[in-house]
Design a protein around this ligand. Structure first.
Ligand SMILES: [Cu+2]
Length: 372
């Protein structure tokens, strides 16, 4: 008798999937060995932290290339995704949506250990858009429940890059139910403006945007499923309609608003990293700007300046630097305002400091219309 997982895999391995994976990695017949000194490089083990926060890191590398070790553990778990208690059977790395952000420098080696506990139902892996090699490492990291694997890749391109799960036959399902994150590969000398002048940030926030497709019952109510496997068929049908029921930042409507607002002070420079692993989006900071924006997220391209809204392509991560000049509560939104206001794609930044009347002032308060 088939296990549920085998049955699922059977239904998911169609012709379209086979075509999708034509470029799949097979073990190469021959391979060039890494540079002889790779194993002599210093190693650093980094403990990842849940978004919107990012682990401590240097902006300018103080030494030469290193091997940076990260660990991700897959957690399949139900997660509440809005204020009404709607629950999604989610798949996550380390239990957060998005997955934690990793930071290294160009020329470093990333050494990722992926753990798939035996209590899980599904195989999982990681496709790193920052990596060079077949499937971004997905085939080399594919682990069944009860297994772990370690991948090493050289970070040869600077920028913010998405990583996501990509198991054969189930790629979009794993991505849109939570399995994506970002790695930031900084130039060793740090960020620079369009003239090569150094840029620094005082704070960094990682905003992962996801769209969810939650099936509804006959009465139009969101359905709750008892397990991940049981959610598959109807979730796939909802996905194929391409109309998301939720568009959220950091896994849940309201994850970054109200008491969960991001915090900064007037005069501080904040780097906002924004990922969307599946679908285009357009971040906008209401009342502020993008002073320097790497819309494509890739730091060897000069940043655009003074942007009002920037575009993040599905399957990528962008980065925007802004120095706050006024206090207040700023909404940071996906400027498809229906998605921001009705479906959840809103965050708040609470900024403290002194108001600058030169930049904005109310010349006269609302009053009855004067006659001329
Ligand atoms: Cu997965």
């Amino acid at each position: 008798m088939l296990t549920r997982r085998e049955a699922l895999l059977g239904t998911m391995t169609g012709a379209a999937t086979a075509a999708f994976l034509t470029a799949a990695a097979t073990t190469p017949a021959s391979a060039r060995e890494p540079a002889a000194n790779v194993n002599d490089l210093p190693r650093e083990r980094v403990n990842l932290v849940a978004p919107p926060f990012v682990h401590a890191h240097e902006q300018i590398a103080s030494g030469g290339p290193r091997i940076v070790e990260f660990q991700l553990t897959v957690k399949e778990q139900p997660m509440v995704i809005d204020g009404d208690g709607t629950t999604m059977q989610a798949m996550t790395y380390n239990g957060s949506i998005p997955a934690p952000m990793m930071v290294v420098h160009e020329g470093d080696y990333v050494e990722l250990t992926l753990i798939n506990p035996e209590t899980n139902e599904m195989p999982h892996n990681v496709d790193f858009h920052a990596a060079t090699g077949a499937l971004g490492g997905a085939r080399l990291t594919e682990v069944n429940p009860g297994e772990q694997a370690t991948l090493r890749f050289k970070a040869t391109r600077a920028g913010t890059f998405v990583y996501h799960c990509a198991p054969a036959g189930m790629i979009p399902w794993h991505v849109v139910t939570g399995m994506s994150g970002t790695i930031m590969v900084l130039p060793r000398e740090g960020l620079k403006d369009e003239n090569g002048k150094p840029l620094k940030y005082d704070r960094i926030f990682y905003i992962g945007e996801n769209e969810f497709y939650i099936p509804r019952d006959e009465a139009g109510k969101f359905k709750n499923f008892a397990s991940l496997g049981e959610s598959y068929d109807e979730t796939l049908k909802a996905m194929r309609g391409l109309i998301p029921t939720h568009v959220v930042f950091n896994g849940k409507v309201g994850a970054l608003t109200g008491d969960n607002a991001l915090k900064a002070n007037v005069g501080e420079t904040v780097l906002f990293v924004h990922s969307q692993a599946n679908r285009d989006t357009r971040p906008h900071l209401i009342g502020g700007h993008g002073d320097h924006v790497w819309e494509l997220g890739k730091f060897h391209n000069p940043p655009a300046k003074d942007l009002e809204t920037w575009f993040v392509r599905g399957g990528s991560a962008g980065a925007a630097l802004y120095t706050f000049r006024q206090p207040g509560i700023y909404a940071y939104v996906n400027h498809n305002l229906i998605e921001a206001a009705e479906l959840g794609a809103t965050a708040h930044v609470m900024v403290e400091g002194e108001w600058d009347n030169d930049l904005m002032t109310q010349v006269s308060a609302p009053a009855p219309i004067a006659s001329y």
